[in-house]
Design a protein around this ligand. Structure first.
Ligand SMILES: O=C(O)C(=O)C[C@]1(C(=O)O)C=C[C@@H](O)C=C1
Length: 364
């Protein structure tokens, strides 16, 4: 019987051989990515599009479909997410704006979607994310769209109406909030800071555990954490990562009222993805205030067997009691049935804006 040391030596030799093979294969893959970049810039093309979300979705879906290993489909996909991230960085390091500061949930969404080789660019507000994308200061932007507890993020909804950017992807992130502060005791807290969405997501916990404590809305949860560094009696609602980043204590974790609390983010950019095989299309419209107007829109999709995955209404800014409808459907705008339905919807709508078609996210 081999000793423990002998057994370990043998298996570690196997690991060394496998690592060498993996390394060679990653090198070969990176060289292919470089060739892809050369092809994309052939003839001195200035506006080459390096990041291809539809191709990335296809690669990750294929990884998950053929996975039979001891690793879960999602973990395997995450490893390949990183490999593609470093390959893309060889072609072009992507600058991705997000609602900062560092350590915000939107920052986590950027890393999930683009991997750790992208260059995250923090900006102060959701409006600024749209602005820097619209003015070509970054390649992409990530904005929170909707939370499973609190509903649509209204600033994002409003910015979508006027932006020139197109929606290029979606990211879902489970959100677990912590109460952070310099203190370790709840009774020393006189004020809690957070983004309004987070205050809403923790409403019951705050009422039960910090009754009478002042609640104050700020631009982001990570900013709240940053501000809590300055006052001993101030606490912030933010992520576990923000606690270590801003050197704060976790007074209480999992303070969200719904345990499956999830936020959906959208990626916005200037280059529309082509069909990936499993896509969604997003649009905004408003309707004349007349009988059957919404029914006609729904029918354009239903009769072509197109599912609506989301419909949200928001008051229009220019006209009292008029509404904008934010609709997501399955399929890509280049699919003939979707193109036909969209053309019909457009003729029945008072205002119509196509926000874009994007791949359904393969990352859970
Ligand atoms: O296939 C491409 O167009 C590539 O650029 C290669 C690659 C990859 O590493 O697989 C890298 C970046 C793109 O976003 C998609 C895929």
């Amino acid at each position: 019987m081999a000793t423990e040391a002998e057994q370990l030596l043998q298996i570690r030799q196997q690991i060394d051989t496998i690592d060498e093979q993996i390394q060679q294969l990653i090198t070969q893959r990176a060289l292919c990515a470089k060739q892809v970049a050369d092809i994309k810039t052939q003839g001195g093309r200035v506006e080459a599009v390096f990041y291809r979300p539809e191709r990335e979705a296809q690669v990750l879906r294929a990884v998950k479909a053929r996975n039979t290993s001891v690793l879960s489909d999602d973990d395997m996909a995450r490893l390949f997410r990183e490999i593609m991230s470093v390959c893309l960085a060889l072609e072009q390091p992507l600058r991705v704006a997000y609602l900062g500061p560092e350590g915000s949930y939107t920052h986590a969404a950027v890393l999930k979607q683009f991997g750790s080789f992208a260059q995250p660019v923090p900006v102060s507000t959701i409006e600024d994310v749209f602005k820097v994308v619209d003015t070509n200061q970054v390649d992409y932007g990530v904005v929170p769209l909707e939370n499973s507890t609190e509903g649509a993020v209204t600033t994002t909804q409003d910015c979508l109406i006027s932006t020139h950017a197109t929606v290029t992807g979606e990211v879902e992130l489970p959100i677990h909030h912590c109460l952070l502060g310099q203190s370790k005791q709840l009774h020393t807290i006189s004020k809690v800071l957070a983004h309004p969405q987070a205050l809403g997501q923790c409403r019951t916990w705050l009422r039960n555990n910090l009754p009478g404590v002042k609640l104050e809305a700020v631009d982001s949860n990570a900013l709240a954490a940053k501000m809590a560094q300055e006052h001993a009696d101030v606490a912030a609602i933010a992520s576990e990562q923000a606690a270590s980043l801003y050197q704060l204590n976790i007074l209480k974790s999992h303070i969200e009222d719904a345990q499956n609390n999830t936020t959906k983010f959208w990626v916005i950019g200037r280059h529309a993805p082509t069909p990936s095989g499993e896509d969604k299309t997003a649009l905004i419209l408003s309707l004349a205030n007349e009988a059957g107007a919404l029914l006609r829109i729904l029918d354009s999709f239903a009769k072509r067997n197109i599912s609506m995955t989301r419909i949200v209404s928001r008051p229009a800014s220019d006209q009292k009691w008029d509404y904008m409808f934010y609709i997501d459907i399955t399929g890509h705008q280049q699919d003939p049935a979707v193109a036909e339905a969209l053309a019909e919807v457009q003729t029945n709508a008072r205002f119509f804006k196509l926000l874009g078609s994007y791949p359904v996210s393969p990352l859970n």
